[in-house]
Design a protein around this ligand. Structure first.
Ligand SMILES: *[C@@H]1O[C@H](CO)[C@@H](O)[C@H](O)[C@H]1NC(C)=O
Ligand SMILES: *[C@@H]1O[C@H](CO)[C@@H](O)[C@H](O)[C@H]1NC(C)=O
Length: 268
């Protein structure tokens, strides 16, 4: 009997130690965003990150000390989603000052609930349709409220909608579930009124998909490659992008695209 109680207690303790809650992800993400604003370098996240945190900017490993945490970004807007299944968050950040940026960052936690990986797409002047003031204006007008519990889509439905949006680019047999008022914020440009469908000349091979999914906010972010857009980069693999998609009742309502270019506006 004593033995049984002991085992049960150990079991409960180990479960709670590994549990990834929304509150934990919210707190940790808010602290990361505050550290970006403070600009004190890696020491700003020393209490949040694991010892061997991996730091990735624009799909390549980068020196965390030389990265965004040392800039001191004047943040005008931030929006986050939380994936309790993968223990990860995704945050978009808009800064419109002299050091203008639109940044998408995914934080992935380890089993000790410390940041194991920081992955950012960093867009600034010269990136695809970059216009931070436009990003701020259009993004801040959108409504990404919590979806009432009974109306939430499953992870599978949310991911499938995001994948269909991307898969349709190179395959017109794929019909993404767009809402009639679907809108896309592409860099700082806004396309509204349901005109969200894109098609490009094949072949079109979109790889490196890294997902963050939040059922409560009806959202998926996908970091992936974008063949064809950047005229200086071969189609395969293409340049780095991420698409952040809001889904309501299975339909795509908003899309935010953040694409990095190797030269001014991807040479177009
Ligand atoms: C991020 O956004 C939240 C919610 O709008 C806000 O309360 C917070 O101050 C923002 N953080 C920074 C560093 O701007
Ligand atoms: C798609 O891209 C991946 C990664 O670059 C590559 O391994 C694969 O062969 C490509 N597939 C096609 C059909 O081009």
């Amino acid at each position: 009997m004593l033995f049984f109680i002991f085992c049960a207690a150990v079991h409960i303790f180990s479960l709670s130690a590994a549990e990834c809650t929304r509150e934990l992800l919210q707190d940790l993400t808010a602290s990361y965003v505050a550290a970006l604003a403070a600009g004190n370098g890696p020491s700003g996240i020393s209490g949040l990150a694991g010892p061997d945190v991996s730091y990735i900017e624009n799909d390549a490993p980068a020196d965390i000390a030389a990265g965004l945490l040392s800039v001191g970004i004047q943040i005008d807007f931030n929006r986050s989603i939380y994936d309790t299944t993968q223990c990860a968050s995704y945050t978009e950040i808009v800064a419109t000052t002299d050091l203008a940026y639109v940044i998408g960052t995914r934080l992935a936690l380890n089993t000790d609930n410390k940041i194991a990986e920081i992955r950012s797409n960093v867009c600034n002047s010269g990136d695809w349709l970059f216009n931070a003031k436009g990003s701020l204006e259009y993004n801040s007008k959108e409504t990404w409220d919590s979806i009432p519990e009974g109306n939430r889509d499953t992870r599978e439905v949310i991911q499938a909608a995001g994948d269909a949006y991307i898969d349709a680019w190179g395959d017109d047999a794929v019909k993404p579930p767009f809402a009639s008022d679907c809108a896309r914020l592409e860099g700082g440009s806004y396309i509204s009124g349901g005109n969200c469908l894109l098609n490009f000349p094949p072949p079109f091979n979109i790889t490196y998909r890294v997902y963050t999914i939040d059922e409560q906010l009806g959202a998926v972010d996908i970091f992936h490659n974008f063949p064809f857009l950047d005229t200086s980069i071969p189609r395969d693999p293409g340049t780095q992008t991420n698409n952040f998609v809001r889904i309501e009742g299975g339909k795509i309502k908003y899309i935010h695209e953040n694409t990095v270019c190797s030269k001014d506006n991807c040479g177009r």
